[in-house]
Each structure stands twice: as C-alpha cells, then as structure tokens.
Design a protein around this ligand. Structure first.
Ligand code: AMP
Ligand code: MG
Length: 452
C-alpha cells in the first residue's frame, strides 16, 4: 500500500516509489544514496516498569527529508530486520499490524490530530512465525522525529551530561525553536513537551481514541501520536475502556490517559532534572510546577473541545454542562461518536430524537443544553458541531475486517476505509455502515494485541 497524498507532501515521486528501486528502499534492501541508517537507542517505562535499554529492535531510521512545506521529517522502517536492540525478537512485522498503523495514522490525520503516518506498507513475501504463521511486511513511517521520552531517559541513564544537553538543544531546535529562546533549555523543553502532550491527549479524548500502550518509549517529544499497536476507538462510552489483551489493570484505559500523560512527563522531568537547576530542590520545584500546568492546560483543552462539540459558545454560563453530559453517556454507554452527530441533527430538526435514550436525566440536561445554545442560528451551530465531531472513525469491526482481508492479500477494504477516514467530518450518502457502531457482541469481546 502506498500513501500517495503523503508521498506528494514529501515531494517523493510516486512512480519511482512503485518502481523496483523504490520498493527496494521501502523494504530496506537498498539504502538511498547518502543515507546512513541507524537503529536508535532508547529506554522506557513499560507498564510502569523501567527497561534501561529498549531501542529499535526491528526498526531503522533511514534518514530525513524536507517536505514540500520545508518541514524536516524522519523516514523510518519498521519490520526491516534484527538490530543490536532486537533481544529475542526476529526483527520482523506482520501485514496486519502494519496495516493497522497505516489505517490509524490516516484516521488521526484526517481528524486533524498530530500523528506519525505510514508512507507505505510493503509485503515481503516472507512468512513470519507468530502464534500462527503470518505474511510479513515492512512499514515506512514518517514522523516529525523519533525522539521519545525514553530517548531522554536513555541519555540521562548514561550519566553523560554533555550528551543530554546536546539532545535537549537538538530537540528544542527541531521542534520548539521559539521555546529555545526562553531561559534554561531543559525546562523550556519540559514545558514545551508538556504543552504539546496536553493538547494531543485532549484531542485523543475528544474523539474517543485509546492509544493502548502509553509507555514512555511510545510518547514522542514532538507531540505526535506514535506506535499504533493495541489502540482503538471507543464506541460505547466508558472511561474504563481498554482493548489491549495485556493491560489487565487498565493502566492505559481511556479515562486514565491524561493522568498517564502526566506520569510519563514526570519521568521526562526526572531525566532532565540535573539540567533544570544545579540545586536539586529548586529543579524539582520548577519541574513540579510544569507538571501542574500540564493538568490546567489539558483541562482547558478538554473543556473548550467539549463545549465546541456541544455547540456552546465560550465561556459557558453553565459550569457543569460538560460533566453532566459525560455522566449521562457513561450511565447509558452511548456510542461516543454518534452521540454528538445526533445532537447536532436534533437541533437541525433532521432527526427527531438522538441516539441518547430519553431518560429524565437526559431530558433535563437537554433543556439546559438548548438554553445554553445561542438561539439565533441553530443550523450554523449544528454545522459547527459537525466540524468538531466526526461522522466516521476507524471503528474496530471495520478495522479488523480490513486487516483480515489485507492479511489474505486483498487490500480493497483497507483502501475504502482509509478513503472514508480521510474526510471524517462530512456525512456522505452510501456510507451509513461506516457510521454505525459494531454489534454489541463484537464490542464486548473485542481485544487488540501488540504488533510484535
Ligand atoms: P513496541 O511494542 O512496538 O513499542 O516495541 C517495544 C520494544 O520491543 C521496542 O524496543 C521494539 O523495537 C521491540 N520489538 C517489538 N517487536 C520486535 C520484534 N519482532 N523483533 C525485535 N524487536 C522487537
Ligand atoms: Mg514502541
């Protein structure tokens, strides 16, 4: 699968990418002239436990390209073979999980959420051994960079102050050139990453996205979403939603994501502490204040985002309208995506009722909601609501069906799904099935697996 819009954005010739030379590069058999691929080292807290040396076990950073907008982007292969960080792994990847990365990256991008994206997924023709034999593939990932919280943890653990300083300066220059000018670089970096992650995680929450494995090595310094293994979009609203087969404690459940973001940032702060201030107490004080700011920034994004989804102008005079709505959809386990679209339809008058059951609690809330809306132009409020709440998300049953077909060699469902997800806010006739929740039996049993 080749991501033609992304190739255009990168200024890479599509015909060349489809040629034998292009494919040789996309599977890692040919190195582009002048490139010196590297497997990056990083550490990371996985499910809370620290691993001092993870690194790219099956991935290679091919190099960087300047896209047509002049932005520097990493080209990175995943599934291209063993590296010195492979430990017991075979260095390979299967078609299904790599297609998942492709679909989710395009889904988030279509929603306007910062994300790494797949340029291509190329089947290798090799059968790889997992629980069952599976066709192998290599993913070419495009990212603002592959610098992670775990990259800083790795540098800090080496006790190489100069190296950590270089990493800090480099990251600031690459991702936050404006922040680079204010004061102590390490503190500027911590603040910038906290701000970017607060915004990112709020955007996930506002569309019901569950990342599934927010280990510190899967959290970027750029603020892009990365590493789509056991991720999924939630349908029935429930903060405890977790899809990953190995997340028994619900550490990475939907409702825990903002707090886990802060936990991960605390690990970043620890790594940067010696550079924040010579006096440890002072460094801790400054870092702690930043971690508190993260909560405020996150809450502001969440509130503003929810009010926009509900069509209510800021500032709202009804202080608990968002929280009370969440309480109702939690109690009813309403389909998160469909609920906002149906609220918009209800004020347009095109749908007599909403997907939310008309309980006394909802009826009372609904009266408050209507009172909070500016009554002058309900049609344009409904349109504005639809621009903040997608009609189409990568629904789990559709993703699974596409992955299954792709594994069997048929990419048509994946192509169709990606096509729909590239324009998720515009309802189109004929796409009704893409807007519908999965059958309850499917959702109740649905589990995702790490893409190893
Ligand atoms: P992930 O779950 O993709 O974030 O991967 C966690 C770590 O395991 C990273 O260091 C990966 O490079 C490594 N890893 C995952 N699968 C494999 C594999 N099949 N072979 C080698 N390393 C792997
Ligand atoms: Mg990872």
């Amino acid at each position: 699968m080749l991501n033609e819009p992304l190739a255009l954005d990168l200024g890479i010739d599509i015909d060349w990418l489809r040629s034998p030379a292009g494919i040789a590069m996309l599977v890692g058999n040919e190195i582009p002239p002048g490139a010196a691929p590297v497997a990056q080292a990083y550490a990371g807290h996985q499910f809370g436990g620290y691993s001092p040396r993870l690194g790219d076990g099956r991935a290679l950073l091919l190099g960087e390209v300047l896209d047509v907008h002049g932005c520097r982007r990493d080209l990175h292969l995943k599934g291209s073979g063993r590296t010195p960080f492979a430990r017991g792994g075979d260095g390979k990847a299967a078609v299904g999980p790599m297609i998942r990365e492709y679909v989710i990256g395009e889904a988030l991008h279509g929603l306007g959420i910062p994300t790494t994206r797949a340029l291509a997924v190329v089947a290798t023709g090799e059968i790889i051994r997992r629980e069952q034999p599976l066709p192998g593939a290599v993913l070419t990932r495009v990212a603002a960079s592959h610098l992670r919280v775990g990259t800083c943890q790795y540098a800090a653990a080496l006790d190489d102050r100069a190296g950590l300083e270089r990493l800090t300066d480099y990251t600031l220059a690459r991702h936050y050139p404006d922040a680079a000018r204010d004061g102590v670089p390490a503190l500027a970096l911590l603040r910038a990453v906290a701000k970017a992650q607060a915004s990112l995680i709020a955007q996930w929450m506002l569309v019901g996205f569950v990342h599934g494995v927010m280990n510190t090595d899967n959290m970027t310094l750029s603020g892009e979403s990365i590493d789509f293994g056991p991720c999924a979009f939630m349908d029935a609203f429930d903060p405890a939603t977790v899809f990953s087969s190995i997340d028994h404690q619900g550490r990475y459940a939907y409702g825990n994501q903002p707090a886990i973001g802060q936990w991960n940032l605390a690990r970043l702060a620890e790594a940067l502490l010696p550079l924040i201030d010579e006096q440890q107490e002072r460094a801790i004080e400054l870092a702690t204040a930043t971690l508190h700011d993260y909560v405020d920034i996150y809450n502001a994004h969440w509130q503003a985002g929810m009010l926009a989804k509900l069509g209510i102008a800021m500032p709202s005079t009804d202080a608990t309208i968002v929280d009370d709505f969440i309480e109702i959809i939690t109690a009813q386990r309403t389909d998160f995506t469909a609920s906002f679209r149906s609220l918009a339809d209800s004020i347009r008058g095109t749908a007599p009722s909403t997907t939310i059951d008309d309980t006394p609690a909802f009826a009372a809330w609904s009266r408050r909601w209507r009172a909070a809306l500016s009554p002058t132009d309900l049609a344009s409020i409904a349109d504005a609501m639809d621009r903040r709440s997608p009609a189409y998300v990568a629904r789990n049953h559709l993703v699974e069906a596409a992955l299954e077909a792709a594994t069997a060699g048929d990419l048509s469902s994946t192509e169709r799904l990606v096509d729909v997800l590239r324009d998720p806010f515009t309802s189109r006739p004929g796409l009704e099935t893409f807007a519908q929740p999965a059958p309850r039996e499917f959702t109740d049993r649905y589990q995702t697996f790490c893409g190893t």
